[in-house]
Design a protein around this ligand. Structure first.
Ligand code: AHR
Length: 491
């Protein structure tokens, strides 16, 4: 099979906001306890953070990490996680039926973020709490005033404010599973009032309002329009969440989920712009895709035989090679919509549906999905070119899906980065690149992720799926079911 991608230097989608390569740490399972934090671990630093995990997070080059949830945040008292650890309460945590010891809270997490070269995206509880606790949390984290919560932070040993810029107004508030679920009307009102007082404490913060929990919610659309009607002037971003799985063991259909994600983005943009027009507003609301991943949901947390355990093994998905292919495609959806998607969080980062996996007291290693993310985050920064693809398609329930999914990024440092996934399970594809407006383009590197076995996984003893260098020839060949990154230099 053959395919052709045409692009021109002057035809751009837009500039990438590096925060599309963000991730997420929730107080869930072993993400915090046994993941980023394990004081007894041989690699632990003086704060109890696992250095081996920090090193892998640094390899991913994650610019922002959402915290502390997720569903967890909707029952969380942020004050439980500050100050003297000996005095912190142990709680029945109802999002995941776990024991929360509060050994880690915002005091510790902001310190971890510094050590991992990243920033915190903080979520506030709009499930069981509201504007008062949210504004106090902003004051604690960001204020230099001589007032109660800023002084409490100083008393806890932090003279300098944490300077957290991005704040989420609750989490998935339309979901029945959420502690304190709300109607769109109820959420819109509380989000508006909360946003107002948070920005009165610190006008420089950016706020994210909850969109629908997924594009499959029956209220998708109505929810967005109602919430945006209430909050349009207060917020900066609308959130999107999506998780895909190969429940039917139909790989071509699974890999076509990227098209679904793209439709989700376009739909959310349309809802934002509809309210913009309705309000005669000059302001544009952009998108924060602050949870996305492959996740095979098994309801394990609802069926825990012994609830209220500390750091139970929950959502510890083992990622296959085909999962890595879809993750590669989903990253391209974020890149190709960079004019409106300004933040993204791969959910999550360690142990819980995550690219990094650990054993308690043992090693940390990388799952298959680590690699497409690492190569996107490290190389895919700059400006995205509009790409015209000519390629055969396959049928997915009446929709024509091009075998190739691709993106092209000009990194502004003399390189074009081409990402491409070949979704054909049978055929290699010879790819022609016709990129105009640049002088002297030459390929300098072709990295490939490939396995004969699309169900292969990495384990602590065997990193079966890892990238390989493809020798450069005059033709670019995208192997059947492979992920590829081709780096081209120009003068
Ligand atoms: O990431 C796991 C969970 O998925 C989050 O807590 C929730 O927001 C979503 O439903």
């Amino acid at each position: 099979m053959k395919a052709k991608i045409s692009a021109n230097k002057d035809f751009l989608v837009g500039d990438i906001d590096n925060r599309i390569y963000g991730s997420f740490i929730e107080h869930l399972g072993r993400a915090v306890y046994g993941g980023i934090y394990e004081p007894e671990h041989p690699t632990a630093d003086e704060c109890g953070f696992r250095r081996d995990v920090i090193d892998l997070v640094k390899e991913l080059n994650v610019p922002i990490v959402r915290y502390p949830g997720g569903n967890f945040v909707s029952g969380y008292n942020w004050e439980d996680g500050i100050g003297d650890k000996a005095k912190r309460p142990r709680r029945m945590e109802q999002a995941w039926f776990s024991l929360e010891t509060n050994e880690v809270g915002i005091d510790e997490f902001q310190e971890w973020a510094k050590r991992a070269n990243t920033e915190v995206m903080m979520a506030v509880n709009l499930g069981t709490r509201g504007p008062d606790e949210a504004r106090n949390c902003v004051e604690y984290c960001n204020s230099s005033t001589d007032t109660h919560y800023a002084n409490l932070r100083r008393a806890n040993g932090f003279e300098k404010p944490f300077g957290i810029k991005v704040w989420c107004l609750g989490n998935e508030m339309d979901g029945d599973w959420q502690i304190g679920k709300k109607t769109a009307e109820e959420y819109g009102r509380i989000a508006h009032e909360t946003a107002k007082v948070m920005k009165w404490v610190d006008p420089s913060i950016e706020l994210v309002a909850c969109g629908s929990s997924s594009q499959n919610m029956s209220t998708f659309g109505e929810w967005e329009l109602t919430v945006l009607d209430h909050t349009y002037d207060d917020i900066d971003y609308l959130s999107l969440h999506c998780y895909y799985a190969n429940y039917d063991n139909d790989t071509p259909a699974f890999l076509a989920k990227a098209e679904e994600m793209d439709r989700f983005v376009k739909g959310a943009v349309a809802f934002c712009d509809a309210i913009k027009a309705k309000k005669h507003s000059k302001k544009t609301i952009n998108l924060s895709f602050d949870e996305w991943n492959v996740w095979t949901q098994d309801g394990a947390w609802e069926n825990q035989k012994t609830p209220w355990q500390k750091a139970p093994r929950l959502l510890e998905q083992k990622y296959t090679f085909e999962d890595a292919l879809l993750i590669g495609c989903m990253l391209m959806v974020l890149q190709n919509n960079c004019d409106r998607v300004k933040m993204g969080c791969l959910a999550q980062l360690v142990n819980v549906i995550a690219p990094i996996f650990t054993e308690n007291g043992g090693p940390a290693w990388v799952q298959t999905i680590f690699y497409p993310f690492m190569f996107a985050s490290n190389f895919g920064r700059g400006r995205v070119l509009q790409a015209k693809l000519e390629c055969n398609t396959y049928d997915n329930k009446g929709e024509a899906i091009p075998y190739i999914m691709n993106s092209i990024i000009d990194n502004g440092k003399g390189e074009l980065i081409v990402y491409a996934v070949n979704r054909s399970l049978e055929d290699d594809i010879e790819l022609e690149l016709a990129i105009s407006g640049y002088d002297g383009i030459t390929a300098v590197e072709h990295i490939e992720l490939y396995s004969d076995d699309i169900k292969a996984v990495n384990t602590k003893d065997n990193c079966a799926i890892k990238p390989a260098n493809v020798p450069l020839k005059d033709k670019i060949i995208l192997k059947k079911h492979s992920w590829n990154m081709v780096r081209l230099q120009y003068k």
